[in-house]
Design a protein around this ligand. Structure first.
Ligand code: SF4
Length: 570
Protein backbone atom coordinates (compact mmCIF):
# COMPACT_ATOMS: atom_id res chain seq x y z
CA UNK A 1 0.00 0.00 0.00
CA UNK A 2 1.49 3.36 -1.04
CA UNK A 3 1.64 5.93 1.72
CA UNK A 4 0.87 9.35 0.37
CA UNK A 5 1.62 12.49 2.25
CA UNK A 6 -1.54 14.20 3.44
CA UNK A 7 -1.73 17.92 3.92
CA UNK A 8 -4.73 19.26 5.78
CA UNK A 9 -6.00 22.66 4.78
CA UNK A 10 -9.32 24.42 5.19
CA UNK A 11 -9.87 25.64 1.65
CA UNK A 12 -8.06 24.50 -1.49
CA UNK A 13 -8.41 26.37 -4.76
CA UNK A 14 -7.48 24.43 -7.91
CA UNK A 15 -6.01 26.71 -10.60
CA UNK A 16 -4.43 30.15 -10.21
CA UNK A 17 -6.58 32.06 -12.70
CA UNK A 18 -8.55 35.27 -12.12
CA UNK A 19 -11.54 33.47 -10.53
CA UNK A 20 -9.59 31.63 -7.84
CA UNK A 21 -7.08 34.41 -7.15
CA UNK A 22 -9.93 36.89 -6.62
CA UNK A 23 -11.78 34.30 -4.53
CA UNK A 24 -8.83 33.58 -2.25
CA UNK A 25 -7.96 37.24 -1.76
CA UNK A 26 -11.57 38.20 -1.09
CA UNK A 27 -11.84 35.30 1.35
CA UNK A 28 -8.87 36.64 3.30
CA UNK A 29 -10.42 40.14 3.35
CA UNK A 30 -13.80 38.80 4.50
CA UNK A 31 -12.20 36.72 7.25
CA UNK A 32 -10.39 39.80 8.52
CA UNK A 33 -13.60 41.81 8.50
CA UNK A 34 -15.51 38.97 10.19
CA UNK A 35 -12.93 38.62 12.95
CA UNK A 36 -12.77 42.37 13.56
CA UNK A 37 -16.55 42.52 13.94
CA UNK A 38 -16.45 39.65 16.43
CA UNK A 39 -13.67 41.32 18.37
CA UNK A 40 -15.68 44.52 18.59
CA UNK A 41 -18.70 42.52 19.72
CA UNK A 42 -20.67 43.45 16.63
CA UNK A 43 -20.99 39.95 15.24
CA UNK A 44 -21.64 36.62 16.96
CA UNK A 45 -19.66 33.54 15.97
CA UNK A 46 -16.11 32.32 16.07
CA UNK A 47 -13.02 33.97 14.64
CA UNK A 48 -11.78 32.42 11.38
CA UNK A 49 -8.35 34.01 11.20
CA UNK A 50 -6.46 30.75 11.35
CA UNK A 51 -7.98 29.17 8.26
CA UNK A 52 -5.33 27.52 6.05
CA UNK A 53 -5.93 28.54 2.43
CA UNK A 54 -3.98 27.10 -0.50
CA UNK A 55 -3.98 27.55 -4.26
CA UNK A 56 -2.48 24.87 -6.50
CA UNK A 57 -1.39 25.64 -10.04
CA UNK A 58 -0.14 23.25 -12.73
CA UNK A 59 2.02 25.92 -14.46
CA UNK A 60 5.63 26.62 -13.55
CA UNK A 61 4.57 29.96 -12.11
CA UNK A 62 1.46 32.08 -11.73
CA UNK A 63 0.43 33.39 -15.15
CA UNK A 64 2.36 30.80 -17.17
CA UNK A 65 -0.86 29.14 -18.38
CA UNK A 66 -3.05 32.23 -18.46
CA UNK A 67 -4.15 33.54 -21.85
CA UNK A 68 -6.82 36.00 -22.90
CA UNK A 69 -7.36 38.90 -25.39
CA UNK A 70 -7.80 40.95 -23.18
CA UNK A 71 -9.94 43.99 -22.50
CA UNK A 72 -11.10 43.83 -18.91
CA UNK A 73 -14.19 45.41 -17.42
CA UNK A 74 -12.81 46.47 -14.02
CA UNK A 75 -16.13 46.19 -12.15
CA UNK A 76 -15.12 43.13 -10.12
CA UNK A 77 -11.52 44.26 -9.70
CA UNK A 78 -12.81 47.53 -8.27
CA UNK A 79 -15.05 45.67 -5.81
CA UNK A 80 -12.12 43.48 -4.77
CA UNK A 81 -9.63 46.31 -4.45
CA UNK A 82 -11.02 49.83 -5.02
CA UNK A 83 -7.47 51.25 -5.31
CA UNK A 84 -6.23 48.54 -7.70
CA UNK A 85 -4.39 51.10 -9.85
CA UNK A 86 -2.59 52.63 -6.86
CA UNK A 87 -1.72 49.10 -5.71
CA UNK A 88 0.15 48.51 -8.95
CA UNK A 89 -2.31 46.45 -11.02
CA UNK A 90 -0.41 46.03 -14.31
CA UNK A 91 -2.91 47.69 -16.64
CA UNK A 92 -1.36 48.15 -20.07
CA UNK A 93 -3.55 50.81 -21.69
CA UNK A 94 -6.94 52.47 -21.44
CA UNK A 95 -9.32 51.93 -24.35
CA UNK A 96 -9.60 55.19 -26.31
CA UNK A 97 -11.52 54.04 -29.36
CA UNK A 98 -13.76 51.14 -30.38
CA UNK A 99 -14.46 49.98 -33.90
CA UNK A 100 -16.35 47.08 -35.39
CA UNK A 101 -15.42 45.89 -38.87
CA UNK A 102 -17.35 43.55 -41.10
CA UNK A 103 -14.79 41.85 -43.35
CA UNK A 104 -15.46 40.53 -46.84
CA UNK A 105 -12.62 38.82 -48.68
CA UNK A 106 -10.96 42.07 -49.71
CA UNK A 107 -12.74 44.86 -47.92
CA UNK A 108 -13.49 46.05 -44.41
CA UNK A 109 -16.71 47.90 -43.64
CA UNK A 110 -16.53 49.90 -40.43
CA UNK A 111 -19.86 49.88 -38.64
CA UNK A 112 -21.12 53.48 -38.21
CA UNK A 113 -21.97 52.55 -34.62
CA UNK A 114 -20.14 50.11 -32.40
CA UNK A 115 -22.63 47.48 -31.18
CA UNK A 116 -23.29 48.46 -27.53
CA UNK A 117 -22.03 45.14 -26.07
CA UNK A 118 -18.68 45.77 -27.76
CA UNK A 119 -18.25 49.31 -26.42
CA UNK A 120 -15.11 49.32 -24.32
CA UNK A 121 -14.25 52.98 -24.00
CA UNK A 122 -12.51 53.61 -20.65
CA UNK A 123 -11.93 49.92 -19.96
CA UNK A 124 -8.45 48.44 -19.76
CA UNK A 125 -6.33 46.50 -22.19
CA UNK A 126 -4.28 44.07 -20.13
CA UNK A 127 -2.06 41.05 -20.23
CA UNK A 128 -4.15 38.65 -18.14
CA UNK A 129 -1.02 36.64 -17.43
CA UNK A 130 0.63 39.72 -15.88
CA UNK A 131 -2.53 40.57 -13.96
CA UNK A 132 -2.69 37.08 -12.46
CA UNK A 133 0.98 37.23 -11.53
CA UNK A 134 0.25 40.46 -9.66
CA UNK A 135 -2.88 39.03 -8.00
CA UNK A 136 -0.79 36.02 -6.97
CA UNK A 137 1.67 38.35 -5.23
CA UNK A 138 -1.22 40.04 -3.43
CA UNK A 139 -2.49 36.63 -2.29
CA UNK A 140 0.93 35.66 -0.96
CA UNK A 141 1.24 38.98 0.88
CA UNK A 142 -2.13 38.18 2.49
CA UNK A 143 -0.82 34.82 3.77
CA UNK A 144 -2.29 32.48 1.16
CA UNK A 145 -0.12 29.50 0.23
CA UNK A 146 0.46 29.17 -3.51
CA UNK A 147 1.88 25.93 -4.90
CA UNK A 148 3.04 26.22 -8.53
CA UNK A 149 3.89 23.02 -10.43
CA UNK A 150 1.15 21.19 -8.49
CA UNK A 151 -1.44 19.87 -10.95
CA UNK A 152 -4.75 18.69 -9.53
CA UNK A 153 -4.83 15.14 -10.89
CA UNK A 154 -7.94 13.75 -9.24
CA UNK A 155 -10.65 14.58 -6.76
CA UNK A 156 -10.75 12.71 -3.46
CA UNK A 157 -14.24 11.64 -2.40
CA UNK A 158 -15.62 9.86 0.64
CA UNK A 159 -18.00 6.90 0.36
CA UNK A 160 -20.96 9.29 -0.04
CA UNK A 161 -19.34 11.25 -2.89
CA UNK A 162 -18.57 14.17 -0.66
CA UNK A 163 -15.44 15.96 -1.91
CA UNK A 164 -12.58 15.69 0.58
CA UNK A 165 -9.87 17.44 -1.42
CA UNK A 166 -7.55 16.93 -4.33
CA UNK A 167 -4.72 14.55 -5.16
CA UNK A 168 -1.87 16.25 -6.97
CA UNK A 169 -0.01 14.56 -9.82
CA UNK A 170 2.99 12.30 -9.29
CA UNK A 171 6.39 13.51 -10.52
CA UNK A 172 9.25 11.62 -12.09
CA UNK A 173 7.48 8.84 -14.01
CA UNK A 174 9.05 7.80 -17.31
CA UNK A 175 7.20 7.29 -20.58
CA UNK A 176 6.74 3.59 -19.83
CA UNK A 177 5.06 4.48 -16.53
CA UNK A 178 8.03 3.49 -14.36
CA UNK A 179 9.42 5.65 -11.54
CA UNK A 180 12.60 7.59 -12.31
CA UNK A 181 15.28 8.69 -9.85
CA UNK A 182 13.44 11.90 -9.08
CA UNK A 183 10.12 10.11 -8.48
CA UNK A 184 7.80 11.83 -6.02
CA UNK A 185 4.29 10.77 -5.16
CA UNK A 186 1.57 13.37 -5.43
CA UNK A 187 0.15 14.75 -2.21
CA UNK A 188 -3.40 14.43 -0.89
CA UNK A 189 -4.54 17.95 -0.11
CA UNK A 190 -7.50 17.54 2.20
CA UNK A 191 -9.83 20.48 2.64
CA UNK A 192 -13.24 21.24 4.06
CA UNK A 193 -14.04 23.07 0.83
CA UNK A 194 -12.42 22.58 -2.57
CA UNK A 195 -12.95 25.27 -5.19
CA UNK A 196 -12.50 24.37 -8.86
CA UNK A 197 -11.54 27.41 -10.91
CA UNK A 198 -9.45 25.68 -13.55
CA UNK A 199 -10.66 27.73 -16.53
CA UNK A 200 -12.39 26.45 -19.63
CA UNK A 201 -12.96 22.66 -19.62
CA UNK A 202 -11.26 22.14 -16.28
CA UNK A 203 -10.14 18.53 -16.08
CA UNK A 204 -11.30 18.07 -12.46
CA UNK A 205 -14.49 20.04 -13.08
CA UNK A 206 -15.22 17.67 -15.97
CA UNK A 207 -14.68 14.63 -13.72
CA UNK A 208 -16.89 16.12 -11.02
CA UNK A 209 -19.72 17.06 -13.40
CA UNK A 210 -19.74 13.55 -14.84
CA UNK A 211 -19.60 11.75 -11.51
CA UNK A 212 -22.25 13.86 -9.78
CA UNK A 213 -24.36 14.57 -12.91
CA UNK A 214 -24.04 18.30 -12.40
CA UNK A 215 -25.07 19.00 -16.00
CA UNK A 216 -28.45 17.31 -15.65
CA UNK A 217 -31.27 19.65 -16.57
CA UNK A 218 -29.05 22.25 -18.25
CA UNK A 219 -27.90 22.60 -21.84
CA UNK A 220 -24.57 21.23 -23.02
CA UNK A 221 -21.55 23.45 -22.43
CA UNK A 222 -20.28 24.91 -25.71
CA UNK A 223 -16.81 26.24 -26.39
CA UNK A 224 -14.83 28.36 -28.82
CA UNK A 225 -11.12 28.34 -29.47
CA UNK A 226 -9.19 31.61 -29.38
CA UNK A 227 -5.83 31.68 -31.16
CA UNK A 228 -3.64 34.68 -30.40
CA UNK A 229 -0.33 36.29 -31.29
CA UNK A 230 1.42 39.32 -29.88
CA UNK A 231 3.12 41.47 -32.51
CA UNK A 232 5.44 44.43 -32.40
CA UNK A 233 4.50 46.72 -35.29
CA UNK A 234 6.09 49.90 -36.69
CA UNK A 235 5.04 53.11 -34.92
CA UNK A 236 1.89 54.51 -36.50
CA UNK A 237 0.49 51.20 -37.75
CA UNK A 238 -1.99 50.84 -34.88
CA UNK A 239 -2.53 53.25 -32.01
CA UNK A 240 -2.30 52.35 -28.34
CA UNK A 241 -5.78 52.14 -26.80
CA UNK A 242 -7.51 51.26 -30.08
CA UNK A 243 -9.83 48.25 -30.04
CA UNK A 244 -11.15 46.58 -33.19
CA UNK A 245 -13.50 43.59 -33.31
CA UNK A 246 -14.35 41.91 -36.60
CA UNK A 247 -16.96 39.60 -38.05
CA UNK A 248 -16.97 37.90 -41.44
CA UNK A 249 -13.80 36.83 -43.26
CA UNK A 250 -12.53 34.15 -43.07
CA UNK A 251 -15.37 32.30 -41.30
CA UNK A 252 -18.15 30.86 -43.43
CA UNK A 253 -21.67 31.94 -42.51
CA UNK A 254 -22.39 28.69 -40.65
CA UNK A 255 -19.40 29.03 -38.34
CA UNK A 256 -19.19 31.23 -35.26
CA UNK A 257 -16.05 33.29 -35.58
CA UNK A 258 -14.57 36.75 -35.21
CA UNK A 259 -11.30 38.56 -34.73
CA UNK A 260 -9.80 41.15 -32.41
CA UNK A 261 -6.96 43.66 -32.59
CA UNK A 262 -5.99 45.61 -29.48
CA UNK A 263 -3.34 48.35 -29.45
CA UNK A 264 -1.02 48.14 -26.45
CA UNK A 265 1.94 50.20 -25.21
CA UNK A 266 5.23 50.32 -27.14
CA UNK A 267 3.63 49.43 -30.50
CA UNK A 268 2.59 45.98 -29.28
CA UNK A 269 -0.58 44.62 -30.85
CA UNK A 270 -2.67 41.77 -29.44
CA UNK A 271 -4.31 40.03 -32.37
CA UNK A 272 -6.41 36.91 -32.41
CA UNK A 273 -9.29 35.00 -33.86
CA UNK A 274 -12.04 32.98 -32.19
CA UNK A 275 -13.68 29.99 -33.89
CA UNK A 276 -16.71 28.28 -32.37
CA UNK A 277 -15.97 24.64 -31.59
CA UNK A 278 -19.47 23.85 -32.77
CA UNK A 279 -18.52 24.17 -36.44
CA UNK A 280 -19.92 21.73 -38.96
CA UNK A 281 -17.23 21.33 -41.62
CA UNK A 282 -14.72 18.73 -40.37
CA UNK A 283 -11.96 20.36 -42.38
CA UNK A 284 -12.07 23.63 -40.47
CA UNK A 285 -8.78 24.40 -38.77
CA UNK A 286 -9.09 27.24 -36.19
CA UNK A 287 -5.36 27.97 -36.35
CA UNK A 288 -5.55 28.27 -40.16
CA UNK A 289 -8.64 30.50 -39.81
CA UNK A 290 -6.53 32.87 -37.71
CA UNK A 291 -3.61 32.78 -40.12
CA UNK A 292 -5.98 33.49 -42.99
CA UNK A 293 -7.54 36.35 -41.02
CA UNK A 294 -4.12 38.02 -40.91
CA UNK A 295 -3.81 37.87 -44.70
CA UNK A 296 -6.87 40.12 -45.17
CA UNK A 297 -5.53 43.34 -46.77
CA UNK A 298 -6.82 45.53 -43.93
CA UNK A 299 -5.24 43.31 -41.25
CA UNK A 300 -2.02 42.63 -43.16
CA UNK A 301 -1.58 46.41 -43.46
CA UNK A 302 -1.55 46.71 -39.65
CA UNK A 303 1.07 43.98 -39.28
CA UNK A 304 3.24 45.08 -42.25
CA UNK A 305 6.86 45.57 -41.20
CA UNK A 306 6.20 44.07 -37.77
CA UNK A 307 7.32 40.90 -36.10
CA UNK A 308 5.50 38.24 -34.16
CA UNK A 309 6.64 37.92 -30.55
CA UNK A 310 4.44 35.31 -28.87
CA UNK A 311 1.78 32.74 -29.61
CA UNK A 312 -0.94 31.01 -27.62
CA UNK A 313 -4.29 29.28 -27.90
CA UNK A 314 -7.02 28.60 -25.36
CA UNK A 315 -10.64 27.58 -25.35
CA UNK A 316 -13.41 29.82 -24.09
CA UNK A 317 -16.52 28.46 -22.39
CA UNK A 318 -19.04 30.36 -24.53
CA UNK A 319 -22.53 29.03 -23.80
CA UNK A 320 -23.36 31.18 -20.78
CA UNK A 321 -26.35 31.01 -18.47
CA UNK A 322 -28.28 28.09 -19.96
CA UNK A 323 -25.16 25.90 -19.93
CA UNK A 324 -24.14 26.60 -16.33
CA UNK A 325 -23.82 23.34 -14.38
CA UNK A 326 -24.94 22.89 -10.79
CA UNK A 327 -22.33 25.03 -9.05
CA UNK A 328 -21.94 23.14 -5.78
CA UNK A 329 -21.98 19.75 -4.14
CA UNK A 330 -20.89 18.54 -0.73
CA UNK A 331 -17.45 20.03 -0.06
CA UNK A 332 -17.00 21.68 -3.45
CA UNK A 333 -17.78 24.78 -5.54
CA UNK A 334 -17.16 25.42 -9.25
CA UNK A 335 -16.42 28.98 -10.38
CA UNK A 336 -15.26 31.05 -13.36
CA UNK A 337 -14.89 29.73 -16.88
CA UNK A 338 -15.09 26.13 -15.62
CA UNK A 339 -18.73 26.87 -14.83
CA UNK A 340 -19.75 28.92 -17.95
CA UNK A 341 -19.54 32.35 -16.33
CA UNK A 342 -18.48 34.09 -19.57
CA UNK A 343 -20.56 36.71 -21.38
CA UNK A 344 -20.34 35.58 -25.02
CA UNK A 345 -21.97 38.70 -26.41
CA UNK A 346 -19.38 41.00 -24.83
CA UNK A 347 -16.60 38.41 -25.36
CA UNK A 348 -15.70 39.01 -21.73
CA UNK A 349 -15.35 36.62 -18.83
CA UNK A 350 -12.62 37.96 -16.55
CA UNK A 351 -14.95 40.22 -14.56
CA UNK A 352 -17.65 37.54 -14.21
CA UNK A 353 -15.06 34.90 -13.29
CA UNK A 354 -13.65 37.16 -10.57
CA UNK A 355 -17.09 38.05 -9.25
CA UNK A 356 -18.11 34.38 -9.14
CA UNK A 357 -14.99 33.75 -7.06
CA UNK A 358 -15.80 36.60 -4.71
CA UNK A 359 -19.32 35.28 -4.20
CA UNK A 360 -17.84 31.84 -3.56
CA UNK A 361 -15.66 33.46 -0.86
CA UNK A 362 -18.76 34.90 0.84
CA UNK A 363 -20.36 31.46 0.76
CA UNK A 364 -17.24 29.89 2.24
CA UNK A 365 -17.18 32.34 5.19
CA UNK A 366 -20.77 31.50 5.91
CA UNK A 367 -20.01 27.75 5.70
CA UNK A 368 -17.18 28.05 8.25
CA UNK A 369 -19.33 30.25 10.43
CA UNK A 370 -22.00 27.51 10.49
CA UNK A 371 -19.45 24.69 10.49
CA UNK A 372 -21.34 23.07 7.62
CA UNK A 373 -19.61 22.27 4.34
CA UNK A 374 -22.40 20.32 2.70
CA UNK A 375 -24.74 21.33 -0.09
CA UNK A 376 -27.13 22.59 2.56
CA UNK A 377 -24.89 25.62 3.07
CA UNK A 378 -23.03 25.69 -0.23
CA UNK A 379 -26.29 25.97 -2.19
CA UNK A 380 -26.34 29.60 -1.06
CA UNK A 381 -23.61 30.16 -3.65
CA UNK A 382 -26.15 29.79 -6.46
CA UNK A 383 -28.68 31.94 -4.63
CA UNK A 384 -26.09 34.68 -4.19
CA UNK A 385 -25.16 34.46 -7.88
CA UNK A 386 -28.84 34.84 -8.77
CA UNK A 387 -29.03 37.97 -6.64
CA UNK A 388 -25.88 39.56 -8.07
CA UNK A 389 -25.05 41.60 -11.16
CA UNK A 390 -23.76 38.40 -12.73
CA UNK A 391 -27.36 37.26 -13.12
CA UNK A 392 -28.45 40.60 -14.62
CA UNK A 393 -25.60 40.48 -17.12
CA UNK A 394 -25.63 36.81 -18.12
CA UNK A 395 -29.37 36.19 -18.08
CA UNK A 396 -29.89 39.02 -20.57
CA UNK A 397 -27.58 37.28 -23.08
CA UNK A 398 -28.67 33.71 -22.31
CA UNK A 399 -29.63 32.94 -25.92
CA UNK A 400 -26.73 34.72 -27.63
CA UNK A 401 -24.47 31.83 -28.54
CA UNK A 402 -27.37 29.48 -29.34
CA UNK A 403 -28.57 31.88 -32.03
CA UNK A 404 -25.19 31.47 -33.79
CA UNK A 405 -25.79 27.74 -33.99
CA UNK A 406 -28.29 28.61 -36.74
CA UNK A 407 -25.75 30.62 -38.76
CA UNK A 408 -24.42 34.17 -38.89
CA UNK A 409 -27.38 35.99 -40.49
CA UNK A 410 -30.01 34.63 -38.16
CA UNK A 411 -27.65 35.34 -35.26
CA UNK A 412 -27.17 38.98 -36.26
CA UNK A 413 -30.92 39.62 -36.48
CA UNK A 414 -31.73 37.50 -33.48
CA UNK A 415 -28.84 38.97 -31.49
CA UNK A 416 -30.04 42.52 -32.19
CA UNK A 417 -33.58 41.64 -31.15
CA UNK A 418 -32.30 39.86 -28.05
CA UNK A 419 -30.34 42.96 -27.10
CA UNK A 420 -33.48 45.11 -27.37
CA UNK A 421 -35.68 42.60 -25.55
CA UNK A 422 -33.33 41.63 -22.73
CA UNK A 423 -32.41 38.24 -24.16
CA UNK A 424 -35.75 36.91 -25.38
CA UNK A 425 -35.30 34.22 -28.07
CA UNK A 426 -37.42 35.23 -31.02
CA UNK A 427 -39.45 32.27 -32.17
CA UNK A 428 -39.84 33.41 -35.76
CA UNK A 429 -36.08 33.22 -36.28
CA UNK A 430 -34.47 29.79 -36.27
CA UNK A 431 -32.77 29.24 -32.95
CA UNK A 432 -31.35 26.06 -31.54
CA UNK A 433 -30.65 25.41 -27.95
CA UNK A 434 -27.02 24.73 -27.15
CA UNK A 435 -25.93 21.46 -28.64
CA UNK A 436 -22.52 20.05 -27.68
CA UNK A 437 -20.11 21.16 -30.41
CA UNK A 438 -18.80 17.70 -31.27
CA UNK A 439 -22.35 16.54 -32.07
CA UNK A 440 -22.68 19.19 -34.78
CA UNK A 441 -19.62 18.18 -36.77
CA UNK A 442 -20.64 16.76 -40.14
CA UNK A 443 -18.92 13.96 -42.01
CA UNK A 444 -16.64 14.23 -45.04
CA UNK A 445 -19.30 12.59 -47.19
CA UNK A 446 -21.44 15.71 -46.70
CA UNK A 447 -18.77 17.73 -48.49
CA UNK A 448 -17.01 17.60 -51.82
CA UNK A 449 -13.46 17.34 -50.55
CA UNK A 450 -10.97 14.86 -51.92
CA UNK A 451 -7.21 14.42 -51.55
CA UNK A 452 -5.25 16.85 -49.39
CA UNK A 453 -8.02 18.20 -47.25
CA UNK A 454 -6.33 21.22 -45.69
CA UNK A 455 -5.18 22.48 -49.07
CA UNK A 456 -8.77 22.36 -50.25
CA UNK A 457 -10.30 24.25 -47.35
CA UNK A 458 -7.49 26.83 -47.39
CA UNK A 459 -6.15 26.69 -50.96
CA UNK A 460 -4.56 30.16 -50.92
CA UNK A 461 -3.09 30.07 -47.45
CA UNK A 462 0.71 30.04 -47.56
CA UNK A 463 2.66 29.75 -44.33
CA UNK A 464 5.46 32.17 -45.16
CA UNK A 465 6.39 32.41 -41.44
CA UNK A 466 6.45 36.18 -41.81
CA UNK A 467 2.73 36.96 -41.76
CA UNK A 468 1.14 33.49 -41.58
CA UNK A 469 2.87 30.97 -39.34
CA UNK A 470 2.62 27.20 -39.40
CA UNK A 471 1.67 25.46 -36.17
CA UNK A 472 5.11 24.15 -35.28
CA UNK A 473 6.65 27.61 -35.60
CA UNK A 474 3.83 29.12 -33.56
CA UNK A 475 4.32 26.50 -30.83
CA UNK A 476 7.95 27.61 -30.60
CA UNK A 477 6.65 31.15 -29.89
CA UNK A 478 4.38 29.72 -27.17
CA UNK A 479 7.55 28.67 -25.28
CA UNK A 480 5.99 25.25 -24.75
CA UNK A 481 7.95 22.61 -22.93
CA UNK A 482 7.14 19.23 -21.40
CA UNK A 483 9.59 16.64 -20.19
CA UNK A 484 9.38 14.10 -23.04
CA UNK A 485 10.19 11.19 -20.74
CA UNK A 486 6.77 11.01 -19.11
CA UNK A 487 3.52 9.28 -20.07
CA UNK A 488 1.42 11.24 -22.56
CA UNK A 489 -1.24 13.35 -20.85
CA UNK A 490 -3.50 12.90 -23.88
CA UNK A 491 -5.34 9.65 -23.39
CA UNK A 492 -6.94 8.28 -26.53
CA UNK A 493 -9.34 5.65 -25.30
CA UNK A 494 -9.45 3.66 -28.57
CA UNK A 495 -6.77 4.36 -31.21
CA UNK A 496 -8.40 1.82 -33.52
CA UNK A 497 -11.20 4.32 -34.10
CA UNK A 498 -8.61 6.88 -35.24
CA UNK A 499 -7.19 4.51 -37.87
CA UNK A 500 -10.55 3.34 -39.16
CA UNK A 501 -13.87 5.10 -38.56
CA UNK A 502 -12.52 8.56 -37.82
CA UNK A 503 -10.18 8.53 -40.84
CA UNK A 504 -13.07 7.61 -43.09
CA UNK A 505 -15.86 9.63 -41.57
CA UNK A 506 -14.15 12.87 -40.53
CA UNK A 507 -10.61 12.71 -41.97
CA UNK A 508 -9.10 12.76 -38.45
CA UNK A 509 -10.09 16.32 -37.50
CA UNK A 510 -7.76 16.31 -34.46
CA UNK A 511 -4.96 17.10 -36.92
CA UNK A 512 -6.78 20.33 -37.71
CA UNK A 513 -8.58 21.43 -34.55
CA UNK A 514 -5.46 21.11 -32.39
CA UNK A 515 -3.65 24.47 -32.70
CA UNK A 516 -0.29 22.95 -31.72
CA UNK A 517 0.35 20.13 -34.22
CA UNK A 518 0.04 17.49 -31.51
CA UNK A 519 -1.90 14.94 -33.56
CA UNK A 520 -0.54 13.43 -36.77
CA UNK A 521 -1.66 10.48 -38.85
CA UNK A 522 1.51 8.59 -39.75
CA UNK A 523 2.07 5.51 -41.85
CA UNK A 524 3.08 2.47 -39.80
CA UNK A 525 6.17 1.08 -41.60
CA UNK A 526 5.21 -2.52 -40.76
CA UNK A 527 1.52 -2.53 -41.52
CA UNK A 528 1.36 0.29 -44.06
CA UNK A 529 -1.67 1.55 -42.15
CA UNK A 530 -2.01 5.20 -41.14
CA UNK A 531 -2.12 5.45 -37.37
CA UNK A 532 -2.34 8.25 -34.85
CA UNK A 533 0.84 9.77 -33.45
CA UNK A 534 0.61 12.10 -30.45
CA UNK A 535 3.35 14.74 -30.07
CA UNK A 536 2.19 15.55 -26.56
CA UNK A 537 5.14 17.79 -25.77
CA UNK A 538 3.72 20.44 -28.16
CA UNK A 539 0.50 20.73 -26.18
CA UNK A 540 -0.50 24.28 -25.18
CA UNK A 541 -3.20 23.01 -22.77
CA UNK A 542 -6.06 24.61 -24.72
CA UNK A 543 -8.36 21.55 -24.17
CA UNK A 544 -9.78 21.68 -27.71
CA UNK A 545 -9.21 17.97 -28.33
CA UNK A 546 -11.05 17.00 -25.15
CA UNK A 547 -13.99 19.10 -26.37
CA UNK A 548 -14.14 18.78 -30.16
CA UNK A 549 -13.33 15.13 -30.86
CA UNK A 550 -16.49 13.74 -32.53
CA UNK A 551 -16.18 10.36 -30.75
CA UNK A 552 -15.26 11.89 -27.38
CA UNK A 553 -12.38 9.46 -26.97
CA UNK A 554 -9.67 12.01 -26.14
CA UNK A 555 -9.24 12.64 -22.46
CA UNK A 556 -6.93 15.48 -21.44
CA UNK A 557 -5.35 14.84 -18.04
CA UNK A 558 -2.76 16.90 -16.21
CA UNK A 559 0.88 16.28 -17.23
CA UNK A 560 3.76 16.55 -14.80
CA UNK A 561 3.65 19.89 -12.97
CA UNK A 562 5.43 22.82 -14.61
CA UNK A 563 5.03 21.53 -18.18
CA UNK A 564 3.09 23.39 -20.86
CA UNK A 565 3.23 26.84 -22.43
CA UNK A 566 4.78 29.91 -20.91
CA UNK A 567 2.39 32.80 -21.53
CA UNK A 568 4.25 35.23 -19.28
CA UNK A 569 3.38 38.71 -20.53
CA UNK A 570 0.80 37.47 -23.09
FE1 SF4 B 1 -5.01 21.76 -27.27
FE2 SF4 B 1 -5.42 19.11 -27.18
FE3 SF4 B 1 -3.73 20.16 -28.96
FE4 SF4 B 1 -3.11 20.13 -26.35
S1 SF4 B 1 -3.38 18.36 -27.69
S2 SF4 B 1 -2.86 21.83 -27.77
S3 SF4 B 1 -5.10 20.46 -25.43
S4 SF4 B 1 -5.94 20.46 -28.85
Amino acid sequence: MIEREQLEMDVVFVGAGPANLAAALHLKNLIKEHDELIERGRRAGKPLGNLEIGIIEKGANIGAHILSGAVVDPIALRELMPDFLEQGCPVDSTVESDTFWYLTENRAFASPITPPPLKNHGKYIISLSKMCEWLGEKCEEAGINIFPEFPGAEIIYDENDRVLGVRTGDKGIDKEGKPKENFELGVDLLAKITVLGEGSRGSLAKQLMQRLNLNDGVEAQVFSLGVKELWEVPAGNFEEGKVVHTLGFPSDTQTYGGGWIYGMKNNIVSIGYVTGLDYKDPLIDPHAEFQKFKTHPKIAEILAGGKMLKYGAKTINAGGWHTMPKLYADGVLIIGDSASFLNGQRIKGIHTAMKSGMIAAETIVSAFDHDDFTSKTLRHFKEKIDGSWIYDELYAVRNFHASFQSGRWSALINGGLQFLSGGYAWGFMPIEHHVAGHERMEMLKDYDYQGDALAQRYPDLKFDNKLAFDKVTDVYYGAVSHNEDQPSHLHILDTEICATRCAEEYGNPCQRFCPAAVYEMEENAKTGRREIKVNFSNCVHCKTCDIADPYQIINWVTPEGGGGPNYKGM
